[in-house]
Design a protein around this ligand. Structure first.
Ligand code: DAH
Length: 438
C-alpha cells in the first residue's frame, strides 16, 4: 500500500458502485469551520472529519509533525513558507487546474470528501499550486492537512499532512545559468556525503519532455529537482537512517506519472529493510504555469507525505498516535528536537465481527463502511478488514462480514463498552444502508 495513496490507484472491483451520500438532505446545511454550506447529492463529509479541520497538527508547537515541517523549511531558507491555507477548495482547484481527466477516480465521492458539489477537502497540497504561482511566488513550500477516504489500519488515516515545494526559473540563458550554478553547488555538497542514489534517466520515452521545452533545459531542471530532493533526504534521514556506521543512506528514483508534471518521478528511501515511498515530483507542465499566468518560466514541484517520514524519524508505530491528546504522547516531544518515542504499554485488542445481508441491488463501498465505523467508534478502531463476501446461491442475496479490531491507545476497553459501540455500528448500518444484520 502506498503511503501517498497516489490519486491513481487500483480500484477494488467488488465495490465499484458510485455512492452518493445518504446523509445528505437537500435543503439542509452543514457547518464546516464555522461557516454554513448547503448540502447536495455529493455531500459526504462526516462529523469525525469536520472535527479534525481546526486542529492543524503541523502548526501545533512541539508536535512531531510541526518539528518535521520546520526541519524541511530550514532546508529551504530562501523559500516562502506557507502553512495556513484553508482545507476547503473547489474541485476545479484540486483537479481541473492540474489537468486531471474528467473520469479520474480521485474525483469520486468514494475517494474524496465533498461539502457539496462545488466545495471539497483538498486531497493533496498540489491543489494550491496554481494559486501560489499566480501570486508571483517563485520558490515556496506549503504544508497542510489533506483528506482522502480510505480503509482503516496502522498506517492509514483519512487525514494526513503533506509539504508541497516548488521552484521556477526564467526560461532563458540567465535562468539556465542560475540552474547550472545551483546544480554545481548541490552536487558538491552531495559528493561529500554518505548517500547512495539509484537514479533513472531524466527523460525517457515513457517519461517524456514537454513539447514546449528545450530538452536541454528539461535535463537541467530535472537535475536541479533531483539534487534538491536528494539533499533534503540527506538533511532529514542522514545520520539517522544508517547514513553513518550502519551504512549509507539509500535513495531510489522511479519514473512516475502525474497529470500536471512531465517528466515525473517518485522517491523512495530504504529503511529497516524496506523501500518507503516518500514523495512524488516532476517538471511542471506548461498548462499548469499557463493557468497561473506565469510566462517564460519553467521549474519543478514535489509533494511529500509527512506522517510516513515522522513515523520513521520519531519511531511512532501507529498513525493514530499523531492525533492523541494523551500527555504520555505529547509530553515526549519538544519543538525542533527529534526524539525516539517510548511506547507506553499496548492495551488489549477487542475483535468483533459484523455480518449482514445487503438489500437487493445495493452494494456498500468499503470507504463508506470505514467512515461509518469511525463516526461511531472514533480512534479506538485500529483496523477494519472484510473477511467474507458471498452470494446466496438460491436467494441471490449478498452477505458481507467485516472484522473490526477495537483497541484504545490510552486505556483498557471494558467489554461492555466495546459491545455497546459495536452494536451501534450495527444499528447505524441498518439505518443508513438498510442492511439486515445476521
Ligand atoms: N500530489 C501528489 C500526491 O499527493 C504528489 C505530487 C506529485 C506533488 C508530483 C507534486 C508533483 O507537486 O509535482 O500523490
Amino acid at each position: 500500500m502506498h503511503f501517498l495513496r497516489p490519486l491513481v490507484r487500483q480500484r477494488r472491483t467488488l465495490f465499484s458502485r458510485q455512492y452518493a451520500n445518504l446523509r445528505a438532505d437537500p435543503g439542509k446545511y452543514v457547518t464546516v469551520l464555522k461557516e454554513q454550506y448547503p448540502t447536495d447529492q455529493m455531500t459526504n463529509i462526516t462529523p469525525t472529519i469536520i472535527s479534525k479541520l481546526p486542529l492543524r497538527l503541523h502548526t501545533q508547537p512541539s508536535h512531531p509533525l510541526s518539528t518535521l515541517r520546520a526541519l524541511i523549511e530550514s532546508h529551504f531558507p530562501t523559500y516562502a513558507h506557507l502553512s495556513s491555507l484553508s482545507p476547503l477548495v473547489t474541485p476545479y482547484q484540486n483537479f481541473d487546474l492540474l489537468s486531471f481527466p474528467q473520469d479520474h477516480p480521485g474525483r469520486s465521492v468514494t475517494d474524496s470528501y465533498y461539502v457539496n458539489k462545488d466545495l471539497m477537502l483538498r486531497t493533496h497540497t498540489s491543489a494550491h499550486e496554481v494559486d501560489v504561482f499566480s501570486k508571483g511566488t517563485e520558490k515556496w513550500l506549503l504544508t497542510a492537512d489533506v483528506y482522502r477516504r480510505d480503509e482503516i489500519d496502522g498506517s492509514h488515516y483519512p487525514v494526513f499532512h503533506q509539504t508541497e515545494g516548488a521552484r521556477i526559473f526564467s526560461a532563458d540563458a540567465s535562468g539556465m545559468k542560475e540552474v547550472e550554478e545551483d546544480n554545481a553547488r548541490l552536487l558538491n555538497h552531495l559528493k561529500r556525503s554518505n548517500i547512495i542514489i539509484e537514479d533513472v534517466p531524466h527523460i525517457s520515452a515513457a517519461n517524456p519532455c514537454q513539447p514546449a521545452h528545450d530538452p536541454k533545459h528539461t535535463e537541467l531542471i530535472a537535475m536541479n529537482l533531483k539534487l534538491s530532493l536528494n539533499s533534503l533526504m540527506l538533511h532529514l534521514f542522514g545520520g539517522r537512517v544508517g547514513a553513518t556506521e550502519e551504512g549509507p543512506l539509500r535513495v531510489r528514483w522511479i519514473e512516475a506519472t502525474f497529470p500536471w508534471t512531465t517528466p515525473s518521478y517518485e522517491v523512495e528511501v530504504f529503511f529497516r529493510g524496506k523501500w518507503l515511498e516518500i514523495l512524488g515530483c516532476g517538471v511542471i507542465k506548461q498548462a499548469t504555469l499557463d493557468n497561473s499566468n506565469v510566462q517564460n518560466k519553467l521549474g519543478w514541484a514535489f509533494g511529500l507525505g509527512l506522517e510516513r517520514i515522522a513515523m520513521v524519524l520519531f519511531s511512532i508505530p501507529d498513525i493514530r498516535l499523531f492525533w492523541s491528546l494523551d500527555s504520555r504522547f505529547l509530553s515526549q516531544f519538544n519543538q525542533g528536537e527529534i526524539t525516539t518515542f517510548q511506547s507506553y504499554s499496548k492495551y488489549p485488542a477487542c475483535v468483533k465481527d459484523v455480518s449482514f445481508w445487503l438489500p437487493e441491488n445495493t452494494s456498500l463501498h468499503e470507504n463508506d463502511f470505514c467512515d461509518l465505523v469511525r463516526d461511531v467508534a472514533g480512534d479506538i478502531v485500529e483496523d477494519v478488514k472484510m473477511i467474507d463476501d458471498f452470494i446466496h446461491p438460491k436467494t441471490n442475496k449478498r452477505s458481507l462480514c467485516y472484522r473490526i479490531n477495537y483497541r484504545s491507545m490510552d486505556r483498557s476497553l471494558v467489554n461492555d463498552e466495546t459491545n455497546e459501540i459495536h452494536s451501534q455500528v450495527g444499528s447505524r448500518l441498518r439505518d443508513r444502508f438498510g442492511v439486515e444484520i445476521r
